[in-house]
Design a protein around this ligand. Structure first.
Ligand SMILES: [Zn+2]
Length: 218
């Protein structure tokens, strides 16, 4: 057997996958049969690949509820077709962009990333657009800039999607939300808390906080 497969971490991970999946398939057979033929998700979700950002932070039941697209920096452009499929073909009434604090992709976009592999550069280029476009106070600390760039990036992605789905917004069959999962507590609401930063293009946090409907959830 290859040495890499005998690596302690690899063995531990493969065991965890086996044990977890055995329990999952035993305990959820009936539930899975319900959606075995068709999927009917409620939400198309775009989130970062980051290993610290997971659906476990907001749902115990991702199956058949979330149609999930993941890429570095939770970008719309990189997987436009997947997002279109979720929104237009599966018809999810909800489209969410979920960014996260301490995002390495956003941090790279804030800095010189020319040393990275060309395929990675290509993916970060779109983030650089978000960061460049954003009004980030040049006098604040790097941590604050990073946090603000994460929010600005979510807003940029929501803005791009709103343009493409303007027909669905006009007939009110789609809501587009931007959220941030706070991993490093830089938003100061607690590690792991999710904040709403954009609702159908509204980015004024005070207005969002004052919205009675929204206040029930965030
Ligand atoms: Zn990230």
């Amino acid at each position: 057997m290859e040495q890499i497969l005998k690596n302690d971490d690899v063995v531990k991970m493969l065991n965890a996958i086996k044990e977890t999946n055995e329990l999952y398939s035993q305990n959820n057979e009936k539930h899975i049969k319900n959606f075995a033929k068709n999927q009917n998700p409620i939400c198309t979700l775009i989130m970062c690949c980051d290993s610290r950002a997971h659906t476990t932070s907001f749902t115990y039941h991702p199956e058949n509820n979330f149609f999930i697209v993941r890429n570095i920096g939770n970008q719309y452009i990189l997987n436009q077709g997947c997002v279109e499929y979720g929104v237009r073909v599966l018809g999810t009434p909800l489209l969410i962009f979920l960014g996260h604090t301490a995002c390495g992709a956003v941090n790279a976009a804030l800095d010189d990333y020319s040393d990275l592999h060309s395929s990675i550069i290509r993916e970060i280029d779109h983030l650089a657009l978000s960061v460049k476009k954003a009004e980030i106070n040049p006098n604040c600390s790097h941590e604050e800039k990073w946090r603000d760039a994460v929010i600005n990036n979510v807003n940029q992605q929501v803005g791009l999607a709103l343009k493409d789905f303007s027909d669905l917004r006009n007939n009110k069959t789609l809501a587009v939300l931007g959220m941030v999962l706070d991993i490093d507590n830089s938003l100061k609401h607690g590690h792991g808390k999710i904040s709403l930063v954009n609702l159908n293009g509204e980015t004024d946090l005070q207005k969002l906080a004052d919205n009675e409907f929204i206040r029930q959830f965030f």
